[in-house]
Design a protein around this ligand. Structure first.
Ligand code: FAD
Length: 548
């Protein structure tokens, strides 16, 4: 068996190492056009910010160590330029010497990853307009900061843009993020991104949301590297900066596959079957380069994340070495740190569900990371999307502690095909420093199940009927936290005694701080014949929609 692997980072290195573990006899050659294999691209922003002080820590396994441990012929600075499927061989260019040669294969794995999109903006080819994708990219940004840059513009407010902005800000730079959407982190719905926007502003990062960069030019006519860049936005604003980092998304590196006649998806991801075989059964493809099955919709999607890439590499190697293993698909579970906040999600957002016309229900909750009587508990905002059968369609959580744990539990449940009724019943670890006897995931399941069982009718800040009667059931002392405009106040404890104050011909929207007392009021009122519903997540959700 002669196995060739193209691309030596997450998916490719995983495939090579696994193949060797299963087959000691195979000849395995790993081609990587860059200088490094198996490096931690996810760690790059944190070396810029000096959180990871030692550059070598990013080299998860240097080529020599990988070669020695796995007996894999690692060829860095070797680019595979073509695939001849008829003769089962690839053309390789040695980037050190410029020589080209052929290498034959029995099986071929394409793990070519993705590349950052370079938007066609005038001036984007300036050397101070950078990207962060590889170790050399990182070195260039660090060199620019060390040469005294005090201002940076990050274009794109997705994961990588946010991580770059945070790390540059932590180094003391003035940072502006320009994002064409009216929010950051598009894997969240707009209201769920509000706490991140607040966090960014509190950290002193300028935001230009809903704005596009139309042009970048140098201030001085002398095109010296030290002159300032002017980043021009579509409303005419000009931002002066020393350098720009473009982080506006990625596209799959599928040209090699395309030229070889392999089938691609509409979004140019390499098409694979459940065994990760391309349209040529001797060629497998893995990682960012492929189109994966979105487990919620069943449709094809590009989900460029390190976890799926690593697992796909392993599964492809298993299949090549004669084990039959299926890659089921992905729910796109992701998490990002932003100063003191953590934001995480899995599955689809509400805006995506609306775009594809898929019916859904949603609930908001604002649980604590752990028992509130134990020091250090922090509150999170959680949104669960589900359908009328109880299938979980998506989850989004923003908070400080415990966000990653809850998103992972829900994502695991989604992969296992569990529904909201299962979430209610999950047995999760609990002690006061770590959680609550009713974990946020259980509570999310209970709230969703309450909706489906007809026990509650949630309403949302943007969907309150005009003639609804807003009933605030908090205590008067809580008004300092904020008021619901026009709401009638009856604390929950007095509600039974004051029912005569309420209209029987209008919808009553019960509201409180986080939605629990509103739900209790709703239950009480319904049993007394009122048309009542509950503001999902209470004032906390209200503030996500309407600000503080
Ligand atoms: P890559 O890791 O990109 O590797 C592909 C390799 O193939 C490249 O090194 C490329 O040089 C090589 N190659 C391509 N074509 C050829 C060719 N023709 N010949 C030879 N070699 C070739 N994901 C997360 O899940 N969490 C994170 O926190 C996270 N943070 C990130 C932060 C940054 C700054 C970056 C850049 C990415 C981050 N990612 C994160 C994404 C994650 O790194 C990728 O999803 C993952 O690396 C994809 O693995 P891959 O093997 O498919 O592609």
């Amino acid at each position: 068996m002669k196995l060739l692997i193209v691309g030596g980072v997450a998916a490719g290195a995983s495939a090579a190492a696994r193949a060797r573990r299963l087959n000691e006899e195979a000849e395995i050659i790993l081609f990587e056009r860059g200088q490094f294999i198996s490096f931690a691209n996810c760690g790059l922003p944190y070396h810029i910010g000096k959180v990871i002080p030692n550059r070598r820590q990013l080299l998860v396994m240097p080529a020599a160590a990988f070669r020695a441990r796995n007996r894999v012929d690692v060829r860095t600075l070797h680019e595979v330029t073509a695939i001849d499927r008829a003769q089962k061989r690839v053309s390789v260019k040695n980037l050190n010497t410029g020589e080209s040669y052929f290498e034959s294969y029995d099986k071929l794995v394409l793990a070519t990853g993705s590349s950052p999109i370079r938007p066609s903006i005038p001036g984007a080819d300036d050397p101070d307009v950078m990207q962060l994708w590889t170790m050399p990219d990182m070195d260039r940004i660090i060199a620019r900061v060390e040469r005294g840059a005090k201002r940076a513009v990050v274009v794109g407010g997705g994961f990588i843009g946010l991580e770059i902005a945070e790390n540059l800000r932590e180094l003391g730079l003035e940072v502006t993020i320009v994002e064409m959407l009216p929010q950051v982190l598009p894997t969240l719905d707009p209201e769920m991104a509000q706490p991140l926007i607040k966090e960014l502003r509190q950290a002193g990062i300028e935001l230009a949301l809903g704005r596009r960069v139309t042009e970048i030019h140098r201030a001085s006519t002398e095109e010296t590297i030290e002159s300032e860049l002017h980043v021009v936005l579509d409303d005419g604003t000009e931002i002066q900066t020393k350098f720009v980092v473009m982080s506006v998304g990625v596209r799959p590196n599928s040209e090699l596959a395309q030229t070889a006649g392999l089938e691609l998806s509409d979004r140019k991801g390499v098409l694979v079957n459940e065994y990760l075989q391309t349209s040529d059964p001797d060629i497998y493809a893995v990682g960012d380069a492929i189109a994966v099955r979105d487990l919620v919709t069943g449709d094809l999607a590009q989900i460029p994340l390190a976890g799926p890439a690593n697992r796909q590499g392993r599964i492809a190697a298993d299949n090549i070495m004669g084990r039959r293993r299926v890659y089921r698909g992905s729910v796109g579970t992701s998490v990002v740190k932003l100063f003191s906040k953590t934001a995480a999600s899995a599955g689809l957002t509400e805006k995506r569900l609306q775009a594809i016309g898929r019916p859904y229900h949603k609930i908001y909750l604002h649980p604590f990371s752990n028992a509130t009587y134990y020091p250090g508990a922090t509150q999170m905002a959680m949104k669960l999307l589900f359908d009328r059968e109880g299938k979980v369609l998506g989850v989004q959580i923003v908070g400080e502690k415990g966000v990653d744990k809850r998103v992972d539990v829900v994502a695991t449940a989604m992969l296992a095909g569990m529904d909201v009724f299962d979430l209610e019943e999950l047995e999760l670890s609990y002690a006061p420093p770590y959680g609550s006897a009713r974990d946020p995931v259980n509570v999310a399941g209970m709230l969703a199940a309450n909706v489906l069982r007809g026990d509650t009718c949630p309403v949302y800040p943007d969907q309150i009927p005009q003639d609804a009667f807003m009933l605030d059931v908090r205590e008067p002392s809580e008004m300092e936290e904020g008021a619901f405009p026009g709401a009638h106040m009856i604390p929950l404890g007095q509600l039974r005694a004051r029912l005569q104050e309420l209209p029987r011909d209008r919808q009553i929207v019960a509201c409180c701080r986080v939605g629990l007392r509103g739900y209790l009021a709703e239950r009480l009122l319904k049993q007394h014949g009122f048309n009542a519903c509950n503001l999902s997540g209470g004032l906390k959700t209200w503030k996500l929609y309407h600000g503080e």
